[in-house]
Design a protein around this ligand. Structure first.
Ligand code: NAP
Length: 309
């Protein structure tokens, strides 16, 4: 069985699975988020992808929401199924070691049947409440509930305020802020019924300190902080925590449009002297939604290399 596992890992072309397995918890040890179902909006790329993989690594079943990039979302979902299968294969090999020959085939077949799916990709534009409700219904059909919601999907439409159109304003507020409202609204009743929920909103250092050319984005990200604090107070008695993370400049597609000379100036202002990595944001999110974060609610965790102190 061990050789199957080795071959299985080598068969991944990108090496992403290998990286995803860093910190892998051996079979038999109960993982932090085992039995939890998570929805990560905008989980197909960048920070959302890192969060989805980290949640899966900690044992959660994870739904990858996306707007356009179906292929990317399905790739992340496939990686998560493989992470879970690896654990299941571990359980399988442990049981086979203790089995009588005659029982093996029947038992192996039963275990394989029980592995099931651990992830799925789900299209919905978070700014559209009907699409979000449809997504919620699909998740409930497949996984039965949603315990963890990470409102990560976000966009930028940068322009100086003088040149910013009302469409650019509306679009950013609709995805970044209304999106979190829509997704939270869709899952909150279920969380209240079960008396458990973990919600993390993706703010930004820009929501803390503002930025030229980003009035729309800064307003949306500051709005998420107000939403987080208010919901934390409203749902604290229901077993639901609501927190935000506020990353600084993180290496993702979102920064690709920033010219090199501007990026160099930004990096020069970061005390730790570099951009952040998506995995560094993911670590904080997993902390907040796991048992380690049970007594934390209404907080904003800054992950910015000291850019905003
Ligand atoms: P990214 O690489 O551009 O990825 C954005 C993700 O959001 C993609 O999965 C995208 O889906 C999804 N998305 C966009 N609009 C959507 C919509 N209407 N409905 C559903 N999904 C939608 O961005 P990122 O850098 O990882 O940023 C993720 C979050 O972190 C954002 O909220 C961003 O504001 C925040 N953040 C980023 C940085 C940074 O420096 N990168 C810093 C602070 C905060 P598709 O793939 O289908 O387009």
């Amino acid at each position: 069985m061990n050789s199957t596992l080795v071959d299985f890992r080598q068969s991944t072309a990108t090496g992403e699975l290998d990286r995803a397995f860093q910190g892998f918890v051996p079979p038999g040890k109960k993982k932090n988020l085992e039995g939890r179902v998570a929805l990560v909006t905008g989980g197909s790329r960048g920070i959302g992808k890192a969060i989805a993989l980290k949640l899966a690594e900690e044992g959660a079943d994870v739904v990858i929401n996306y707007q356009y990039t179906k292929d990317y979302a399905e790739q992340v979902s496939g990686l998560i199924d493989q992470i879970a299968m690896r654990d299941d294969f571990g359980k399988l090999s442990g049981m086979i070691d203790n089995m009588e020959n005659g029982d093996q085939a029947r038992e192996v077949s039963r275990l394989i049947d029980s592995m099931g799916k651990h992830s799925m990709a789900c299209q919905a534009s978070v700014d559209d409440i009907e699409q979000v409700s449809r997504m919620r219904d699909e998740i409930l059909k497949q996984f039965g509930r949603i315990d963890i919601l990470v409102n990560n999907a976000g966009i930028v439409r940068d322009k100086s305020f003088a040149k910013m159109t009302s469409d650019m304003w509306r679009e950013v507020l609709s995805v970044n802020l209304d999106g979190a409202f829509n997704c939270t609204k869709s899952v909150i009743d279920g969380m209240m019924e079960r008396g458990f929920g973990r919600i993390v909103n993706m703010s930004s250092v820009i929501g803390r300190m503002g930025n030229r050319g980003q009035a729309n984005y800064a307003a949306s990200k500051a709005g998420l902080i107000g939403l987080t604090q208010s919901l934390a107070k409203e749902f604290a008695g229901k077993g639901i925590t609501v927190n935000a993370v506020a990353p600084g400049f993180i290496e993702t597609d979102m920064l690709k449009s920033v010219p090199k000379e501007i990026m160099d100036k930004i990096i020069a202002q970061i005390p730790l002297g570099r951009l952040g990595k998506p995995s560094e944001v993911a670590e904080a999110v997993v902390y907040l939604v796991s048992r380690s974060g049970d007594y934390i609610t209404g907080q904003v965790i800054d992950i910015n290399g000291g850019l905003y102190i």
